[in-house]
Design a protein around this ligand. Structure first.
Ligand code: UDP
Length: 266
């Protein structure tokens, strides 16, 4: 987890202060977060960007046919366009905003499908169930909206493989977050060469250069219009996707993360 530390609660930082002070270094994922630790010597703060493991089951390239077979078990139609958001049912991930963007696009693209995958694996996420219910209510039984929250639904399919199949089969990925410390889901989708539309946050802005390797948005309306624009323009989707993969290769793979950690420990 990479929490957004742009405006942390003072009480929590104060509680953590004595613990943090005991360590040799504090590693932050974003330079913008150093303000919250002004009481720590500058030399004790290091910055290491998070990364993904390209060899994990989630991030390895899989055959599109394998991906399609997995998703067909859940009635997702590979012939129709697919929009995806992978994230916990959390207010800062703004699943309702993502759903709103989908409905704006759906008005112009009646066959659009939307998958929202946020399995309840974490036991420390009490709000997730309530948020899930609200999203479910707003989707009103729309057969083109697929909500995944209960891990039991996967039966024998491994979560990592399922998420991989979703990324592989989707045409556009949205991450409508309002707050995002980094956003590994953005990295994962970019690694899969997908055009990503992400809420403008500290974490997503670190990864996406607007209109170059993805698109940053501020509102659901904006996201909805961009979804339509992207679906109309395959060339643009490909261009953004290719640039996205290149940028992950350059900056956000595990090899670089490992090297920086080794240097720090040395
Ligand atoms: N994830 C998953 N299954 C889900 C939802 C999320 O495996 O149903 C994974 C996702 O692929 C990513 C991580 O959980 O690797 C979420 O990381 P991120 O930095 O995007 O958000 P966080 O949940 O840490 O705020």
């Amino acid at each position: 987890m990479h929490p957004d530390l742009s405006s942390p609660k003072k009480t929590i930082i104060n509680f953590l202060k004595p613990f943090i002070k005991k360590y040799d270094y504090l590693v932050l994922s974003n330079k913008n977060y150093k303000e919250s630790f002004s009481w720590l010597e500058k030399t004790k703060i290091k910055f290491i960007y998070p990364a993904i493991d390209p060899l994990s089951r989630k991030n390895l390239t899989i055959d599109p046919l394998t991906a399609r077979r997995i998703l067909e078990q859940f009635n997702i139609n590979f012939l129709n366009p697919l929009l995806l958001q992978v994230s916990r049912f959390d207010k800062w991930k703004d699943p309702l905003g993502a759903l709103k963007a989908y409905y704006i696009a759906k008005n112009k693209m009646p066959n659009l499908q939307f998958v929202l995958a946020g399995f309840f694996f974490a036991q420390d996420d009490p709000e997730a169930k309530a948020i899930f219910s609200t999203v479910e209510k707003h989707a009103k039984g729309d057969p083109d909206v697929f909500l995944f929250a209960n891990p039991k639904r996967l039966q024998k399919i491994d979560n990592e493989l399922f998420i991989n199949a979703l990324y592989t089969s989707s045409d556009v990925v949205i991450q409508k977050s309002i707050k995002e410390g980094f956003g590994l889901t953005v990295t994962e989708a970019m690694w899969k060469e997908k055009p990503v539309i992400a809420g403008r946050t500290d974490g997503t802005s670190l990864q996406i250069k607007n209109n170059k390797n993805g698109i940053l948005i501020d509102t659901a309306e904006e996201a909805g219009n961009i979804i339509v624009k992207l679906f109309k323009n395959e060339k643009l989707r490909r261009k953004l996707g290719k640039a996205a993969k290149e940028s992950v290769k350059e900056k956000f793979l595990f090899s670089r993360f490992l090297l920086e950690n080794i240097k720090l420990y040395k």
